[in-house]
Design a protein around this ligand. Structure first.
Ligand code: GLP
Length: 236
């Protein structure tokens, strides 16, 4: 594991952006695993700026996102599909039909989860997976529980996650109570993993996740076993 501590969110975003940019330059047909939340916003801005400056070409890139709220379609401004379109896809030249986000509105969510895993497998897996981390140690929406779940699955969101994500919604009652998330299997199978975290509030969970015991009660702790993991933390 490479654990990098930086001084500021700007530095975190620049570094993470450069790592993703290098991946795309080295392998133009990369499969990028992407994340939502506030942490990747600066990274996406860096990538959009690099594209604008003519330094990056996403025309052969495919993206697979980690998760989506159940019941929110892509037109809902709180959905992760909407977030990705707004903050990254509309600003770069990735073909929209090569951007994938789980469908939280599928009538058969079990079938949707199986479809998503089959899609990732058909793509040959993920080259570089970008992750944030929840205050309870979740990655994607893999919440703390008694075991790690390998496959894409539906999860009931932890009350602390609902609380943390309420800031994006009009009220806490508007936060969906469940989500579809990529499982630990596809994340751990990614060739490279890049986890970014920002702020003092994440200090405890970062300590637990990367220097504590590996346990499904801290889902991110499994990443300690990943052969090519980079963690960037801006404590500020
Ligand atoms: C959400 C997402 C996670 C993300 C987490 C942390 O719950 N499902 O993928 O890592 O939030 O978000 P933030 O970066 O805003 O702290």
């Amino acid at each position: 594991m490479k654990f990098i501590t930086v001084e500021s969110y700007a530095e975190l975003s620049r570094l993470a952006g450069e790592i993703i940019a290098s991946q795309v330059k080295e392998k133009p047909c990369s499969v990028l695993g992407l994340a939502t939340g506030s942490s990747p916003l600066g990274t996406y801005e860096h990538l959009a700026n690099a594209y604008k400056a003519g330094e990056l070409d996403f025309s052969n890139v495919t993206s697979v996102n980690l998760d989506e709220y159940v019941g929110l379609d892509g037109d809902n401004d709180q959905s992760y599909r909407y977030f990705m379109n707004k903050n990254l896809f509309s600003k770069i030249n990735i073909p929209m039909d090569k951007t994938f986000v789980p469908n939280g509105c599928a009538s058969d969510l079990k079938a949707e989860c199986a479809r998503y895993d089959a899609l990732i497998e058909a793509l040959g897996g993920i080259d570089l997976q970008l992750l944030g981390i929840g205050l309870d140690g979740h990655i994607g929406f893999n919440e703390p529980e008694e075991f790690f779940t390998k496959e894409t699955h539906e999860v009931t969101l932890d009350p602390s996650t609902i609380e943390a994500n309420a800031r994006f919604f009009a009220s806490k009652d508007d936060v969906p109570t469940s989500a579809v998330t990529m499982g630990i299997g596809a994340i751990m199978n990614a060739k490279k993993v890049l986890l970014i975290a920002n702020g003092k509030g994440k200090k405890d969970i970062m300590q637990k996740a990367f220097y504590g015991p590996i346990t499904p009660f801290v889902p991110a702790s499994i990443l300690q076993l990943h052969p090519d993991l980079t963690v960037i933390y801006a404590e500020n």
